[in-house]
Write a protein that binds this ligand. Sequence first.
Ligand code: GLY
Length: 412
Amino acid sequence: MSRRRTAAAGAVVVALVALLATAYPRPAVAVTDAATSVTCTAEQQAITDAQQDRVWSIAATRLVALSGPLTLPFGATGSSTYVRTSAYAWTAGFYPASLWLMYEHTSDPAWLRLAEEYTQRVLPVASWHGTHDLGFMVGLPAGLGERIDPSPVRMNAYATALRTAARSLSTRWNGRVHALRSSYYGASWGVIIDSAMNAPMLIEVGQREGGVDGQRLVRRGAQHMLTLANSFVRADGSTRHRLAFNPRTGAVAGPIYGQGLSTSSTWSRGQAWAINGFAQAFGLTGDARLLDAARRTADYWISHVPAGCIPAWDLDVTDDDAPRDSSAAAITADGLLALSRVETDAARSASYRAYALTTLGTLASAPWTIDEGRGVLQRQSYNVPADPREGTYSWGDAYLLHALAAAAALTS
Ligand code: GLY
């Protein structure tokens, strides 16, 4: 049943992409060198059905163990206590998202009940103007709920929350920077590469609504993504993490140090957010500039991640003993599957798909997924400069399951 649903959803996506291709004619994109130096795929195997079943089974045990009253799972660094948060943490949407994916995979009503309950906890956040992370916090779980929940009443509630969240995020728009403000970093008006995962919600909601308001949301979401493509993606396809802008002139004021090695390095999870966000945004808009950004960031990943498919926490860190970030690999695998679905060049599409499936084959093996432990995905890194211990976190779990569902949809 879950596969039929997934296939039906896939057909809707294909139809939507076809429709959008008419609405947004694609300028010709020069196909540059296809993804090269695929060291990861040379060493590893694509995920098997047995491995997929094993990860879903590990997830079933771990996600039930992480349920609990009122709060939402965040994660744990090293062997420290597993941290839980209120609905107002940037991570609040990941656990409900995992629950929706479990329900879609199993059709077991117990997962539906959990998914509904935890999604209800995050919906009030939709009207909060105090964060840019509403795509993660509301967009992801409410979007999955809207697609997967069989109740029309609850689907309507999720659609309402998505509209509210898009409008809340839109209040952060600055027409000179052509971007949504992520945060003030000190006194600096700043944007972070992670925002690539939040802006697509504006495009999606706006396209659905249409009219003057809807078109404004689409414009803001798409222009934010173009600002990321223009200002954050370097000539070689690597990405910056945070930039300050002058909110009066729109000019880049300079880099802001974040969670990476330095302002000139490439933070692995930032690169992963970029690949995934650009792939989503191109799928929604058909804008060739966003396809170009998705390809360039993806190709940089493929040619810089070492054999074994899992990067260190920063792509400029080459020490084999440095902390890994398996969450970045899961987010990238999910993004490459999204890119392979909308990529206009067949050879590139096949290459991205193969790379993603091989990364998932690795993530579905020890030490990345193991039979004991707390979260689903092990050896993730959150903020290495602040705490170099690896851990297990809700975002890595959610994107691993999201990618597994996308991989299953390829063969259903
Ligand atoms: N700030 C979001 C992240 O750590 O990926």
